[in-house]
Design a protein around this ligand. Structure first.
Ligand SMILES: C[S@@+](CC[C@H](N)C(=O)[O-])C[C@H]1O[C@@H](n2cnc3c(N)ncnc32)[C@H](O)[C@@H]1O
Length: 438
């Protein structure tokens, strides 16, 4: 272990030539917690998002165009719109871009009236035709049969509308899916409500017991109430943000961000984003209920195609190369027997070669003096740290960015055993905001 630590220290030192500052101000801004109480941002709890205040912090008065190549639920785009700035976003996940699109739609007073009428209709109409059940393998485990049927009938009612009225109604429906399901998002995936973590470990609660407590006496009333509350909140937020007279535009593309520079104006003054971290997190797994129930995905072949394009996930693992010597040195330190998947090395190589491409693309659309702001976390595999913030900053320097600075938002944790082993290098286990200037 000692020699590995010494070798790591040497590599980290050779990369550590970037100006770095501990900035605890950002510790709450690199996650989504603050957005949970903000109008519009709070419509869907996108845990992997960052906070609107982070975006506000970096947007200046003279900015006109903002870009987020990993827009997720649209925090950058919504904040830009609220600050009357034009914005463009990309994401491969069609569910995420749907969220971003609806959250940046400029609903008018007239739309709100129509929405209110349509809400009454969807609750009063009783859909009679049989509904088609998504082919997601865990669908029966994820929903009580009565809830599944009612949700799918509501979806059919919502589908009777079109345009952004349907978009609004469908958004509300998607945002209550997790709450009305037998699952909750936790860690890297979804867990069942019947399994509860206690001090003594996980315990299993019988479905009828937790469901009685959670849903109350009537499951259909529970769903309808959740949905009505969600719509009420969304309507009240739309009235408060008043986008109607706001001249700014927002465009969202459902597409991977490989070659975005051809699609957008090259007068961007801020690129603000948080890519997936190099930690194998699967955005298609965490949103699988929303993706399948919302018919964004209808079969496993489609899912595989989307997963392949995702950065930082093991599904991407194509034969990637990376010409940066330090990355290869870091990978050489990893003991293959200690890695929980043989695809981890390729994932990491592919991660940095794609990040290089994004930095290049961003450079080409940025105005002189424009900035690229990147929220990223370092990771660790088999007791070897992947110093993503340092690697990205070094790649950016080689691409011609100047004034590069790493603002350390918080020191993060890894599994307790790794934490112990990596204690001498713990300053590199962190989440940071990288600021690059063209
Ligand atoms: C950390 S999340 C972004 C969250 C966003 N900042 C927010 O506040 O909602 C990273 C996003 O990158 C997307 N992503 C992963 N690979 C991508 C690719 N190749 N092209 C575009 N988006 C990608 C994922 O779908 C995910 O939504």
């Amino acid at each position: 272990m000692k020699t590995i630590l010494a070798k790591q220290r040497k590599i980290l030192n050779s990369l550590n030539i970037i100006e770095t500052e501990y900035s605890p101000l950002f510790s709450q801004l690199v996650n989504f917690s603050q957005a949970k109480t903000e109008p519009v941002h709070s419509w869907f709890r996108y845990r992997e998002g960052f906070s609107p205040s982070l975006v506000k912090y970096f947007i200046d008065n003279h900015d006109e165009w903002i870009l987020d190549p990993f827009c997720g639920s649209g925090t950058t785009l919504v904040t830009s719109l609220q600050m009357k700035k034009n914005s463009v976003g990309f994401d491969i996940n069609p569910f995420s871009t749907f969220l971003a699109k609806i959250k940046t739609t400029k609903y008018t007073e007239q739309d709100l009236k129509k929405i209110q009428q349509s809400i009454e209709l969807i609750f009063n109409n009783h859909h009679k035709n049989p509904v088609s059940i998504p082919r997601l393998k865990i669908i029966d485990k994820a929903f009580h049969p009565m809830i599944l049927e009612h949700m799918l009938k509501l979806r059919e009612e919502i589908n009777m509308f079109d345009g952004h009225i349907r978009g609004f109604l469908f958004f509300g429906w998607l945002s209550i899916l997790e709450r009305v399901s037998n699952t909750k998002k936790e860690g890297n995936g979804i867990k069942y409500r019947s399994t509860v973590r206690t001090k003594q470990g996980y315990v299993h609660i019988k479905d009828e017991d937790w469901q009685r407590n959670y849903f109350g006496p009537n499951k259909i009333d529970f769903i309808n109430q959740e949905l009505k509350n969600q719509y009420k909140k969304m309507i009240s937020d739309i009235s408060s943000v008043n986008y109607e007279s706001n001249p700014a535009t927002s465009s969202v593309f459902t597409k991977n961000n490989e070659d975005f520079s051809q699609l957008i104006p090259n007068k961007i003054s801020k690129v603000i984003f948080s890519p997936p971290y190099a930690n194998s997190f699967d955005y298609f797994e965490i949103f699988k209920l929303e993706l399948w129930m919302g018919r964004f995905i209808e079969n496993y072949a489609q899912l595989r195609e989307l997963r392949k394009q995702a950065i930082g996930s093991l599904w991407t693992a194509d034969s990637a190369k990376c010409d940066m010597q330090e990355i290869n040195q870091i990978l050489d330190l990893m003991n293959a027997n200690e890695l929980w998947s043989p695809k981890i090395r390729t994932m990491i190589l592919s991660y940095f070669s794609k990040m290089k491409n994004i930095l290049q693309e961003s450079y080409s659309v940025l105005l002189e003096g424009g900035k690229c702001v990147i929220v990223v976390g370092n990771s660790a595999y088999a007791n070897v740290i992947i110093p993503t913030d340092l690697i990205i900053s070094n790649i950016a320097r080689d691409l011609g960015y100047k004034k590069i600075k790493i603002l350390i938002a918080r020191y993060s944790t890894t599994s307790s055993q790794q934490k112990k082993n990596l204690a001498p290098l713990k300053e590199f286990l962190r989440e940071s905001v990288i600021v690059l200037e063209k």
